[in-house]
Design a protein. Structure first.
Length: 333
């Protein structure tokens, strides 16, 4: 993702932009050691937004996204809300054609059902609802979603089609390999960073006054995402439905795939982790799945290295990531 050369001051810490990143080679070795014990393949990219440090393993390897591609749908939703092409409050209708199996609840409900577009996105994220995902794709447009990903500089991130629905257009030759979508750890990290830092302007212009609330709404969905068995596994053991989580994340899973991308509010500043596993020997759909444990170990190693004091849910203004920056600007005038 291309961004301006200057660092942007948000929330009282410095978000270090591309070009200033420094690879944490010691952490790289820890990640490599954890991954080598896993019975499958691992790709990872992590970014400490305060220091600019990065850690990685096969960060540019194209991988199956499974439901993690829903992050790309969220990015396009933010762009279209920003452009006033869609609204979180508008109504969308659930149709029989979009009711599909897999995760979520909408596929089991009785028609007709009308939802707000915002609630459709919430179900897509919080429950990874596949039917809600298809509703969102219909409203935004498959081609528009992919155009936004290209405009954001993401050359290896693609949403190929709707979930469990045959493609309606010719598919690229690599689609059978990746299924629903493909990405890389580095590119999925970039999507999460763009939402967490509220860098929505694809032309790198300054944020609009309403951007912070758009990002806040999306981060709220990610923060309430209910699958916490992967990256958050060993980091957060409290009931986050009552206390508020320090992590916003989106998972994706297939029989041989377990993925997770997360934004973490730590006591030492914000951290983004995008991690993917595939070719996994353990294909159990239980919380003891080896890949989910591996993802948890990777996240703990990263947080222990970059924020030994742990996480801090209150350390980030989830409802409006630009709020502190706006207040600082007003105070200086």
């Amino acid at each position: 993702m291309r961004r301006s050369a200057a660092a942007v001051c948000i929330l009282g810490f410095i978000v270090v932009l591309s070009g200033a990143a420094q690879e944490d080679t010691q952490l790289d070795q820890q990640i490599k050691s954890i991954a080598s014990a896993h019975h499958g393949q691992v790709a990872l990219y992590a970014h400490n937004l305060r220091t600019g440090q990065t850690a990685s393993l096969l960060p540019d390897e194209p991988v199956q996204t499974a439901s993690v591609i829903k992050m790309g749908i969220l990015l396009d939703a933010a762009e279209q809300i920003r452009a006033r092409h869609v609204s979180l409050d508008e109504r969308v209708m659930l149709t029989k054609a979009n009711q599909v199996e897999g995760s979520g609840v909408l596929g089991q409900l009785t028609l007709p059902i009308a939802l707000t577009f915002g609630d459709t996105l919430r179900l897509m994220v919080i429950l990874s609802d596949n039917t809600a995902t298809n509703m969102a794709i219909d409203r935004l447009g498959l081609s528009h979603i992919n155009e936004t990903l290209r405009a954001a500089g993401l050359r290896q991130t693609v949403l190929y089609k709707k979930v469990y629905v045959p493609a309606t257009a010719p598919m690229p030759p690599d689609q059978p390999r990746f299924g629903l979508g493909k990405t890389t750890a580095r590119e999925m990290d970039a999507i999460m960073e763009r939402l967490a830092t509220c860098h929505l302007a694809l032309d790198n212009t300054a944020p609009l006054p309403a951007d912070g609330k758009i990002c806040g709404a999306i981060l709220g969905m990610l923060r309430n995402q209910q699958d916490r068995d992967s990256l958050p596994r060993y980091l957060e053991t409290l009931d986050t439905s009552e206390s508020g989580s320090a992590i916003g994340n989106k998972t994706g899973a297939l029989n041989q795939v377990r993925n997770d991308v997360a934004f973490l509010s730590s006591k030492a500043g914000p951290i983004v982790i995008a991690a993917f596993t595939w070719g996994n020997a353990d294909q159990r759909w239980t919380g003891d799945n080896e890949a989910e444990q591996t993802l948890g170990k990777l996240a703990k190693a990263i947080v222990d290295r970059w924020s030994p004091q742990g996480l801090d849910a209150a350390g980030f203004p989830w409802e409006n990531p630009l709020a502190n920056a706006a207040a600082a600007k007003t105070a200086s005038q």
